[in-house]
Write a protein that binds this ligand. Structure first.
Ligand code: NAP
Length: 244
């Protein structure tokens, strides 16, 4: 039977390359989650199949607990006995602005996707992972959740929340051979950062360049592999040397 890995926000950016790497490096059948961009998710799927890997699509909005539950229940009904043993909580959004001027929706939307999204998806899968006595969870957080970034109080709070949850959950499930880690990227070239003033941001990056999604995906692929069996509750920075 195939081994399954679910990546939230697998249609674009970092999540897309994580899907590709996990399929190619580890042979998982990758379930590519997306929220609205079906065409991009299909591109990810096609690229994996062209390389001889296995993948499928699963649409849900991570903020919608009922939709997450319905999609995963349906999947489990259609795949009796199958276990999703790798989960990458990658879906995330930014909605930057000074705290003084922040709106309620700016605050809650950003927390909803990263923090509640982590909760909604992980909680649905944890029972089965525990029964499976093996699992890997990687949460994609951010340098902002480590050191705080002005103009991103909402995003920094959301990612710091996920870092706390990562450390706590890791301790709860460690005895069952389930590791829970976080990766904290700095500036990575994706749609999320395309409108930033690169020249200005590079002042903060000792390596003097933005990172690539491939670089983050290689780290995630290692952390969800059997090779990383004694690493849990960690936050691994991948940010070109930003002190954090
Ligand atoms: P991106 O290019 O904007 O892609 C975001 C992905 O998340 C898309 O696949 C999108 O799906 C999905 N998504 C957004 N909201 C969702 C929701 N409610 N439910 C399900 N999926 C949702 O972003 P990225 O740069 O690859 O970022 C990926 C992760 O890395 C995020 O958690 C982000 O916070 C983190 N990160 C990024 C950077 C960076 O510099 N890029 C730095 C640090 C951390 P659709 O295609 O369907 O919209």
């Amino acid at each position: 039977m195939s081994k399954y890995a679910l990546v939230t926000g697998g249609s674009r950016g970092i999540g897309k390359v994580i899907c590709q790497k996990i399929a190619a490096d580890l042979g998982y059948h990758v379930i590519i989650n997306y929220s609205s961009n079906k065409a991009a998710a299909e591109e990810t799927l096609k690229s994996i199949e062209e390389e001889g890997g296995e993948a499928s699509l699963m649409q849900f909005n991570v903020t919608d607990a009922k939709a997450v539950e319905a999609a995963l229940d349906k999947w489990h009904e259609e795949n009796p006995g199958a276990v999703i043993e790798v989960l990458v909580n990658n879906a995330g959004i930014t909605h930057d602005g000074l705290f003084m001027l922040m709106t309620d929706s700016q605050w809650s939307n950003v927390l909803d996707v990263s923090l509640n999204g982590f909760y909604n998806v992980s909680r649905q899968l944890m029972h089965k992972m525990l029964r499976n006595r093996y699992g890997r969870v990687v949460n994609v957080v951010s340098v902002s959740g480590q050191k705080g970034t002005p103009g991103q109080v909402n995003y920094s709070a959301a990612k710091a929340g996920v870092i706390g949850a990562t450390k706590a959950l890791a301790q709860e499930v460690a005895k069952r051979n389930i590791t829970v880690n976080a990766v904290a990227p700095g500036f990575i070239n994706t749609d999320m950062t395309k409108d930033l003033d690169q020249k200005e941001m590079l002042k903060f990056v000792p390596m003097n360049r933005f990172g690539e999604a491939e670089e983050v995906a290689d780290l995630v692929s290692f952390l969800v592999s059997k090779k990383a069996s004694y690493i849990t509750g960690e936050v691994v920075n991948i940010n070109g040397g930003i002190y954090s």
